[in-house]
Design a protein around this ligand. Structure first.
Ligand code: PLP
Length: 381
């Protein structure tokens, strides 16, 4: 099997699995318990928190463990909205966020908040002027993703951070698609809130984190015990958190080198696809992108049919956001970039990862060229 869907999820790194197994077998106590088994579990959890903080350049007290990138995004958005409701009711985000952010904004609108979804240009980069113009004295939160999950296009989050900071507006970055893929330290992003998720960086599902910079106003969305600095109640998924910490540590160690390798492979893949399949377009190709992602439009062909054709040959790719699989609507991200409805439906995402080798891509180009030629013949009959 050739797996080219690493933006949907990644396999567990063997060292992550090993660390988790030790934890499941030996440290199964409840970190809140007062006895020695509990103390041991608490220590393991503190170590995991400290490792993440050190890898990403923040304080351990600024790491809030939670269950998924979706939960981290919800905590950031609903948490700030709840904490600052008396100060204002306006939230600014972009039109190409993941549904974890966009659908949360829809829900907040139903609760009386006003949301501005800033457009992007044809390369998928947020329009900074329009973002700045949208900020008012009622704005209580800005949320912009670091890289888009469908195109890999990086957003100018550092500039947005400066705009938000000038007005003392909390800034959230959904870094689910960059943590571990792209070398960065949290302070460099300039955000008060940053989401990341274990299963996108060779860690486990069910383990994620929200970085909450000291002093950022946030109201918990889950209430109960006083876990996670009173910000996220619920007995901790200790093995998951240990796995997350190991995954973050490993990813940060070789993000630069692996990034160079994947950029080389991705660029070669795109060059070969362009020379062997007529009329294709690489979406966001002129923008800065994460190293592993390629979003390609094959005009005149249905993306779902390409995926089926590749799957029959043992190659896994997707049309974009895994969460929207099965939805008949074409990608909101591509539509916002000005891609026609038809072309958006003829687009697929190839996302490379640690296991990807040149031979995999050679075969993928060959199968894609055959599949697209066959589908184009059928549709022209
Ligand atoms: N944000 C982005 C940019 C994503 O790509 C995803 C998942 O694809 C999420 C949030 C949600 O993360 P999780 O799958 O951990 O809930």
């Amino acid at each position: 099997m050739i797996y080219l869907d690493h933006n949907a999820t990644t396999p567990l790194h063997p060292q992550v699995l090993e660390a988790m197994l030790v934890c499941l077998q030996e440290h199964w106590g409840n970190p809140s318990s007062p006895h020695s088994l509990g103390n041991q579990a608490r220590m393991v959890m503190q170590q995991a928190r400290a490792r993440i903080a050190e890898s990403l350049g923040c304080e351990p007290s600024e790491v809030v463990f939670c269950s998924s990138g979706t939960e981290a995004d919800n905590l950031a958005l609903r948490g700030v909205a709840g904490a600052l409701r008396s100060r204002g009711n306006h939230i600014v985000t972009t039109a190409i966020e993941h549904h974890a952010v966009l659908h949360t904004c829809d829900a907040l609108e139903e609760e009386g908040f006003r949301v501005t979804r800033v457009p992007v240009d044809r390369q998928g980069v947020v329009d900074l002027e329009s973002l700045e113009r949208s900020l008012t004295d009622q704005t209580i939160l800005v949320s912009v993703m670091h890289a888009n999950n469908e195109t890999g296009v990086l957003q100018p989050v550092e500039e947005v951070a400066r705009m938000a900071a000038r007005r003392e507006i909390p800034f959230h970055v959904d870094a689910v698609q960059t943590a571990g893929k792209f070398p960065f330290r949290l302070p460099e992003l300039g955000a008060g809130l940053v989401s990341l998720s274990g299963h996108k960086l060779y860690g486990p599902r069910g383990a994620a984190a929200l970085f909450v910079r000291e002093g950022t106003p946030l109201r918990p969305i889950l209430t109960g015990g006083s876990h996670e600095h009173d910000l996220r109640a619920g007995t901790e998924n200790l093995a998951g958190l240990v796995g997350l910490a190991k995954a973050v540590e490993l990813a940060v160690q070789d993000a630069a080198e692996e990034g160079r390798r994947l950029t080389g492979l991705r660029d070669e893949l795109e060059a070969r696809l362009s020379s062997s399949i007529p009329e294709i377009r690489i979406n966001g190709a002129q923008a800065r992108r994460v190293p592993n992602t390629s979003n390609v439009t094959f005009p005149g062909v249905d993306g779902e049919s390409i995926i089926l054709g590749l799957d029959l040959a043992g190659i896994c790719v997707s049309t974009g956001s895994a969460c929207s699989t099965g939805e008949p609507e074409p990608s909101h991200v591509l539509r916002e970039m000005g891609v026609s409805r038809r072309d958006a439906q003829g687009s697929i995402r190839l996302s490379l990862g640690r296991g990807t080798r040149q031979e995999d891509l050679d075969l993928t180009v060959q199968v894609l060229a055959d599949t697209v030629a066959r589908l184009r013949r059928i549709t022209s009959i």
